[in-house]
Design a protein around this ligand. Sequence first.
Ligand code: PEP
Ligand code: MG
Length: 755
Amino acid sequence: MPPEAETTPKRRKRKPKLGDTRHLFAALREHLASGTASLADFAKLVAEGLATDSSVIYVTRPGEQLELAATFGLNVSAVGHTRLRVGEGIIGMTAASGDIMNLADAQNHPRYAYRPELGEENMASTLAVPVKRAGRTLGVIAVMSREARVYTPLEVEALATVAMLLAEILAKAGATDVGEEGFSETLPRRYPGYVLSSGIARGKILPYGAAAPIARLLTDDPEAELKRLDKAVEEANKSLDGLIAGTLPGGGTPRDVLDAYRMVAQSSGWLTQVRDAINDGLTAETAVDKVARNLRERMRRIADPYLRERLADIEDMVGRLMVALGGMAPKPERADGYILLVRRLGPADLLDWHSRGIAGVAIEEASPSGHAAILARALGLPALQVDRGAVEIAQEDDPALLDAEGGTLILRPEPEVVQVYDRALEARTVRAAALAAYRDLPAITKDGTEFTLMLNVGLAMELDQLDKTGADGIGLYRTEIAALAAGGIPDVAGQAAEYGRVLDRANGKKVQFRTLDLGADKLLPGEASMGEENPAMGWRSLRVALDRPAILRRQLRALLLGAQGRPLSIMFPMVATVEEFRTARDLLEAEAARIRPAPERLEAGTMLEVPALLFQLPGLLAEADFISVGTNDLMQFLFAADRGTPELVDRYDTLSAPVLELLEKLVTYCQEAGVPLSVCGEAAGRPLDALAFAALGITTLSMSGNAILPVKAVLVEADLTKLRPVLRELRRAGAAGGSIREPLAAWAREHNLAI
Ligand code: PEP
Ligand code: MG
């Protein structure tokens, strides 16, 4: 493209206003349709359309460089010469961070880099937008004005759309990406991440979701484009209906999850934005792409994992629309044995890919509490969240290992590594068979201590685990999970039906229902986070329930109705004082007095997850029918260490003197008062932790389904009388509060315990 541009811009007084975008797009459309399109003309139209004094277009070059490719209003002779490193100056920072920069006084920004040949001395304000496509940064476009001003949201939005159009033009012209150079496509690569659903898979990689360059960007016939969009929405809905009609292996249909997804994905809000963009002059696929980009941008900034996940649901729909509009290749019929690698994945797509036979999935943007993760666990599909970058680097059919236990995706692994994993996979098969043998054995240690091993459950489809593992019951039924998956709390009849079904499936085994534990990271759709500084310690869970008791009353009524006279155990979360517990229990008793048939036996217990409760034990034990320790929250409050902060994950350990001391005292108090005690936090499902808890006298443990047999196998082979003096000694030696995990694990291995 010939680098030509005017050097003497006319001063313009006019400020952009609503409606200008349409003119700008119309001008760009004519320009692109003329067949003689140049980047210089593009730069001119943009500066004029946005009423700024100058504009620049930089494109990325190998070696993490950005090169001036066109300008309007600055020295054209700098085109092809001026270069900035990625990260250097305002332009370089925009490319490096991927964020838009809107500066009233760019030259006084600490990172400003002066390039004398450009002639930008008179320019005060800069608006710079990265030019990105499929996650790659292809360049930067910026507009500048003499006047020191902050650009309006409308102007920012318009330049962001222009950047998107430019990305398509550059992609078609074969632009390179910032990070590409110097990378060998044959070397092994490791991407760390965290486990969403545990397991190991070995197979070929299937990167999916990169859209082909959009052939037609702009339109002069919005009506026709709106019709295309409507047709695509219809097709996408049809494909979704087909999916929802399907069933999961094991008989359970994850309707609750999928219906919630459908509600979000079809919500009119974002489709209205797509229609608006079409009316502005974009083609249907460009408009969908544009709105999706905005969503992604918002997603990057949202800290709340639940809300992030709602946006991922919309991404699912975006993918379906792009396929229907011909802007993205449809999924392959079969993907047997493949490891899917995607940037984002909603629950419907996860199910879809599962039915096509994938062996595992790596997702760049996902959270363990997200729907996709919940579904992957329910399906037993190994799933890993991986660091960003894998999607860009991976080539289809690259050999790969998905280690959703250790938490790594290995692309093109070395043969020795493959061998190690093959051996591990073989050993797992053997171990799974060996573990299955424990299912029907009584949970009794070598020294004759009997254990009760129970399940933590959140969705009805997890109830299969009762039979699969031979668990003694459900120690923690997290009622809020179904509400989160359904996108709201069902009415009393709906809740009663759910609780009744759970009791039916438990078939006489004990179930401890926990009342709604919402708030902090567990927000219902439409329920904005309150912006508290410490939401985990905020107005959440039982605190909300006691201040606004109607929801709790309804839930208690539903539990009593669902029980239909059967024994009922109810547990309250986040109790901090005996008084709170008493108020909650009084509400339960008031509801119970009104409902017939009354449960054969009604128990009210409490989670112990707030340390203050430890100092009210005599009062608590006089009133609570049982106590269950939630180590997840107790650890975070005990050590003042947020449970969602990755840097703190290994810093404090349940296997440390202060925690073991606390648990030991609790056991003594509970035994004296004759109040049953259990542990239901994640720690209960780790064999070594379970062993230590057992040695302290905790004989009821509740955990996720996949932990039951490994924990049972260790307990059945253990002799607690031998362990106790060792543990006492380790606690003495570890009195400074550090972890005693390593020496305890060494002892366990010496005694052939499979921890
Ligand atoms: C806990 O805090 O340990 C617990 C079991 O509850 P949740 O993980 O649901 O907060
Ligand atoms: Mg908790």
